[in-house]
Ligand binder design. Structure first.
Ligand code: NDP
Length: 317
């Protein structure tokens, strides 16, 4: 690896990832004079750049488009003096001090403190029609987009706690919610299963998978599902098609250094952003599988910057 390194640099506070958590950490760290350097990662702005309107982020009284909001976050971080850069963290070594992070396999950053805010990615079914209508009826976030289907018929794929929770959320807004479940039982906890079963406007389609999301070229108007036992196909008219088959935290490169749960979410000391590695903090969806909201991610980014500041000052760095 060392012969491929084109440059190296020492930084005080390195932030990896550019969603609400990373940018908020950058704003706070810059104001605390930590001279943060933030690498934006594969998807600058994170998951919000693939949503449409955001109506539940406080401060935007009239709502805002997700991509526009992330541009605002970036501008604010830059205005505070954060050094925002393109680049993907490809490898880390947290075994000693300073911590080492390689960017695009060719730049070595040595950092006194590191804030991991690499987020999580929604899993998708992988159908071309799902991709075609993403943002035009297809969504991986009921809390973000459910409101746009008020009074309408929708479908949701998945049978875990997230799917159950989102189906219940949608059932309060939409006329009918079709749950498409690939097995003959749900994975969700018993209590969530019971709540779903007791909700009259949730219709369960067990042993069903999605064949295609259908639309008029502009937006979704139906979904074709099939019974994986009998092969029988059914078309359901829906305006919204939600996917809730799990998220994948973007934490692969930290494996072996930072403690994670069995699904790859980074574990932090409760009430803080501290990981098991001194000087390494985690914020946002990479360490949160429960709330996953822009505002909670931003809040945890603030916590991470404050934790980093206190750590650096206690170390005299
Ligand atoms: P899970 O991995 O628990 O569930 C994913 C669901 O999606 C499963 O039902 C799975 O089906 C289904 N699925 C996966 N791939 C496909 C596919 N290609 N086609 C159709 N269906 C598919 O993810 P969740 O996001 O629901 O939950 C993640 C973790 O977070 C869990 O531990 C959960 O308990 C926790 N959680 C807790 C909450 C709470 O306590 N309030 C709220 C939300 C999540 P199958 O069952 O057949 O594998």
């Amino acid at each position: 690896m060392s012969e491929e390194i084109k440059a190296s640099e020492k930084v005080h506070c390195l932030i990896i990832g550019s969603g609400p958590a990373g940018y908020t950490a950058a704003i706070y760290a810059a104001r605390a004079n930590l001279k943060p350097v933030l690498y934006q990662g594969i998807q600058p702005g994170g998951q919000l750049t693939i949503t449409t309107e955001v109506e539940n982020y406080p401060g935007y009284a009239d709502g805002v488009q997700g991509p526009e909001m992330m541009i605002d976050f970036e501008k604010q971080a830059k205005r505070m003096g954060a050094d925002i850069r393109y680049g993907i963290a490809t490898k880390v070594d947290f075994s000693g001090f300073p911590h080492k992070v390689w960017i695009d396999d060719e730049v070595l950053i040595e950092a006194d403190s590191v804030i991991i805010s690499t987020g999580a990615s929604a899993k998708w079914l992988g159908l071309p029609s799902e991709e075609k209508y993403n943002g035009f009826g297809v969504s991986a976030c009921a809390v973000c987009d459910g409101f746009f289907f008020k009074g309408k018929e929708v479908a949701i794929v998945g049978a875990g706690d997230t799917a159950a929770e989102e189906a219940l959320y949608l059932s309060k807004l939409c006329s009918t919610v079709h749950m498409i479940i690939r097995r003959d039982e749900m994975r969700a906890s018993k209590v969530m299963q019971e709540r779903v079963m007791k909700t009259p406007n949730i219709i369960m389609h067990f042993n069903h998978e999605t064949e295609e999301v259908l639309g008029d070229g502009q937006k979704v108007n139906a979904v074709r599902i099939f019974n994986n036992k009998t092969g029988e196909k059914t078309e359901i008219s829906v305006s919204g098609f939600f996917i809730a088959i799990g998220h994948q935290p973007n934490s692969d490169i930290f494996k072996g250094f930072v403690e994670m749960d069995e699904t790859g979410y980074i574990q932090t000391i409760p009430g803080t952003s501290k990981t098991n590695v001194e000087g390494v903090f985690a914020a946002g969806d990479v360490q949160d599988k429960t709330y996953r909201q822009a505002v909670t991610a931003a809040g945890s980014g603030c916590i991470a910057a404050l934790d980093a500041e206190r750590y650096l000052s206690a170390k005299g760095l």
